[in-house]
Design a protein. Sequence first.
Length: 365
Amino acid sequence: MGRKRTKSGKIRLAEVAELAGVSPITASRFFRNPEALSVAKRTRVESAARELGYVPNLAARALASQRTEVIGVLIPSLTNNVFSDVLRGIYDASEGSRYSIQLSNTRYSILQEEKLLRLFLAQKPAGLIVTGIDQTTESRAMLEAADCPIVQIMEIGPNPVDMMIGFSHYDAARAAIAHLFAQGHRRIGFVGARMDPRVQRRLDGYAAAMKEAGLFDQRLTVTTATPTSVTLGGALFADLIAREPAIDAVFCANDDLALGVLFECRRREIPVPDQIAIVGFNDLEFMASSVPTLTSVRTNRYEMGSTAAAMLIEAIEGKRPEKPVLDLGFTVIERQSSQAQRPTASPRAGEWVAAVQNDSVTNDP
């Protein structure tokens, strides 16, 4: 209504400043760093921008500042409840900041991750949150050359690109097996699906624990590259028990598989935990609601997301963390599905259990 427009019809920042009663520099500062303005000025500029329908030109700002106010987040799944918890933490920690979250789904493909990293970095993000530590050589080179802070999440490793937050999947699996040993179980099977690098490390931890106790048997391991599901858990367990009917416990690479194993046990009228114990991984909500309740390795997923976002935002603002690598640990949550008591059958296994229990059976720093 009488307000000036550019030839393209777009609202200019100067118009927002005029309506808000502030200088163009002050209006510009609001869109770069709103915390730098008083509450009264922030309110006036925000109200004027809303009334005029003004949208800041992020591309132009990126050219001027060499950085947008976007945090890129690369995760392997948008439907997996594990990553839903992580994302909730990221969004909660970034709420109220001037940074926006942009998500991309790698679909568990390191090549897709490489493609998305190239796209993100071309857009000059303020920072990046990347899942895992198993990037391609090209992805690793791009991350190391990136002119922004980076947080790798979901696990820890010896060679972080920048910052890292997670836990050891290998140690968590060993702790789960130590728990089953402590309950007297010896013929312990492993059921795994999709077999991405984190699941593979759980398998490695299981195998190491069984070998150290002198109990490893390749017939006790059933895995598939198929995406995980409850139904698949039942099918894999059926395969496992056909190979080795004498198993007395199953460690599952995730909770969906564990629930599937429980359902298959019910179909076969196999009592849990009296005949077979079950342990899952991640400790999703339904594990405490099943009948019987299911033991699982609890991972601090929400805290992982919220802490990663908080670390990243502080680093963007120039406040580097004292500890760039943060181990959030894990906890074996013992429930009914693994509480059957049996006599120790192997002194060697008993000695190994005692050693691991003193170290990491419950690891929640």
